[in-house]
Design a protein around this ligand. Structure first.
Ligand SMILES: [Cu+2]
Length: 451
C-alpha cells in the first residue's frame, strides 16, 4: 500500500494531506482520500508491491495512492470544487478530484482487480466513465444508462478487472458538458504485466483542456462551445507548465489525451517520433510511421516515443497558433500597416497613457509589462535565455541533458548551446563550420523491445 509517507519519500515537495473530513466513523472502511494542494509536478511513485513497472510522471500533477485489500487495489476519488492555480497570478475555481483539476492519475497493472470509491462532494450529481477501458457494462459510468447518478454526498463503488494495458482517461458522464467544462477529468494508466514490454525510461502524461474564463473572473463559462480563451495542459498555462525533463539517450514516451472540443496537433521540435499507443491499445511496430506533429483528435489519446539523442531545449506545443496564446479577445481588428499617429495624438489628449499597438505585428505584446486586470495572464509571455518567448497556453519545453539521475525531474535551467551551434548575426566573416554528429534516424525499435 502506498501511503502518505511513501509519497513524501518519493521526493514530493508538496504537502499531501489526508482529508480529515473522512476520518470519522461514518466513513470507516473507506480508503484514505489523499488530496494535493499544489500544481507542481510530483515525482513518480515506484511500485512497492506486485509486478515492477516504470511509473508515469503527470505534468503539473500527481498519482493517486492506493491500498491493497485482499488482493484488490483500492482507490478513493472525491469529486469536489477545487481552486486550481493555472499560472502564477491566475487561479480558477473549477471542479475536480481530490483537491485538483485534473484529478490524480490512477496507475495500476494489467491483471489487477481495482475497486474505486467515488465520493460526490459536488453541488450536483455525478458519475465516472472509464474511457477506453474494457469492463462490465454496469461499470461504464454513464449516468442513467449504466447506473443511477451518484447523488450529492453519496459514495459509489466501481470494481472491475484490468484486462488490458494501455492509456485510458476518466471523466463524468453526468451533466457532462458542464462538469468537463469545469475541469473534471484524469488519466488512468494500466502498465503491462510484463515489465519488459514497451518499457521506457521516462513516461509523461498530460491532458489537453480548455476554459473560457474572462480576465478578472474565476469560474469558467460552461456554455462556451468554440471560443475558449485559455488552452491548457492539465489545467495549466505557459509559462507555468513544467518542462519535460529528460536524460540524454533515455527512451521517452509522451501520452497526451484530448478532452477539449477541438483537435490539437501537438508538435515537438528537434526529433522525429512514432505513435506507439492510442486509447484503443498499443500500435504494432509494423503499423507505425514517423511524425513530428501528431493530431490528437477530440476524445482520444495518442502516445508517442523517441530516443532522446539530441541535447537541448526543444519546444513542444500545439501547432494551432491561437492555442499558444493566453486570454485574448478574438474580435480585435488587424492594424498591421495602419498609420495610427494622428489618432494616437487625439486619444492621448483624453488618455495620456494610450499606446498604439499592432501596427507592426504584435511582438511588442511579448515584451511589454502592461497592467493587467486581476486574475489573468498576458496573451503572450515567458522569458527565455535570449529574450521574450512570446507564447502562452499549450506550450512547454523538452529539456534533454546529459547524465540526469533516473528520478530527477527538476528543471535544469536553460540549455547553453555549444560554441558554433547557435544562429548568429552576420557581421561579414564566417567562423569554421561545426560538423553535425550522427543524424541517422532510427525507426521502430527492435522487435524484441515490444515483447
Ligand atoms: Cu491546440
Amino acid at each position: 500500500m502506498l501511503n502518505r509517507r511513501q509519497l513524501f519519500s518519493a521526493g514530493a515537495s508538496a504537502a499531501l494531506v489526508s482529508s480529515t473530513a473522512w476520518a470519522n466513523t461514518a466513513n470507516m472502511g473507506l480508503p484514505e482520500a489523499a488530496i494535493m494542494d499544489t500544481a507542481a509536478t510530483q515525482s513518480p511513485v515506484r511500485p512497492s508491491s506486485g509486478p515492477d513497472y516504470n511509473p508515469v510522471v503527470t505534468l503539473n500533477g500527481w498519482t493517486l495512492p492506493h491500498r491493497m485489500n485482499n488482493g484488490v487495489k483500492e482507490f478513493h476519488l472525491v469529486a469536489e470544487p477545487v481552486e486550481r492555480e493555472m499560472a502564477e497570478g491566475m487561479t480558477a475555481y473549477l471542479w475536480g478530484y481530490n483537491g485538483q483539476s485534473p484529478g490524480p492519475t490512477i496507475e495500476a497493472v494489467e491483471g489487477d482487480r481495482v475497486r474505486i470509491f467515488v465520493t460526490n462532494k459536488l453541488p450536483e450529481h455525478t458519475t465516472i466513465h472509464w474511457h477506453g477501458m474494457i469492463l462490465p457494462s454496469g461499470m461504464d459510468g454513464v449516468g442513467g444508462l449504466s447506473q443511477p447518478h451518484i447523488p450529492v454526498g453519496k459514495t459509489f463503488v466501481y470494481e472491475f478487472d484490468l484486462i488490458k494495458s494501455g492509456t485510458f482517461m476518466y471523466h463524468p458522464h453526468s451533466d457532462e458538458m458542464v462538469q468537463m467544462a469545469m475541469g473534471m477529468m484524469g488519466f488512468f494508466v494500466v502498465h503491462p504485466k510484463d515489465p519488459a514490454f514497451m518499457r521506457v525510461d521516462r513516461d509523461f502524461v498530460f491532458l489537453l483542456n480548455a476554459f473560457d474564463i474572462d480576465p478578472g473572473t474565476y469560474v469558467p463559462r460552461v456554455m462556451e462551445m468554440t471560443d475558449f480563451n485559455l488552452w491548457a495542459w492539465n489545467s495549466r498555462l505557459f509559462p507555468d507548465i513544467d518542462p519535460l525533463v529528460v536524460s540524454k539517450n533515455d527512451r521517452v514516451r509522451v501520452r497526451v489525451g484530448n478532452l477539449t472540443m477541438t483537435n490539437h496537433p501537438i508538435h515537438m521540435h528537434g526529433y522525429d517520433f512514432e505513435v506507439t499507443c492510442t486509447d484503443g491499445g498499443w500500435v504494432r511496430p509494423e503499423a507505425r510511421w514517423p511524425e513530428v506533429s501528431i493530431d490528437i483528435p477530440v476524445g482520444a489519446m495518442r502516445a508517442y516515443e523517441f530516443d532522446a539523442k539530441y541535447e537541448g531545449d526543444w519546444a513542444i506545443h500545439c501547432h494551432k497558433s491561437h492555442h499558444t496564446m493566453n486570454a485574448m479577445g478574438h474580435d480585435v481588428p488587424t492594424f498591421i500597416g495602419v498609420d495610427k499617429r494622428q489618432v494616437t495624438q487625439k486619444i492621448r489628449k483624453i488618455q495620456p497613457e494610450y499606446m498604439p499597438m499592432g501596427t507592426a505585428g504584435m511582438a511588442d505584446m511579448g515584451e511589454m509589462e502592461m497592467e493587467l486586470p486581476d486574475n489573468t495572464v498576458p496573451m503572450m509571455t515567458g522569458w527565455g535565455p535570449h529574450g521574450p518567448i512570446e507564447m502562452g497556453g499549450m506550450f512547454s519545453v523538452v529539456k534533454v541533458r546529459e547524465g540526469l539521475a533516473a528520478d530527477n525531474y527538476s528543471d535544469p535551467g536553460w540549455y547553453e548551446n555549444p560554441p558554433g551551434t547557435q544562429a548568429y548575426e552576420w557581421t561579414g566573416s564566417l567562423p569554421e563550420p561545426v560538423k553535425a554528429g550522427d543524424a541517422t534516424t532510427k525507426l521502430t525499435p527492435k522487435p524484441n523491445d515490444h515483447g
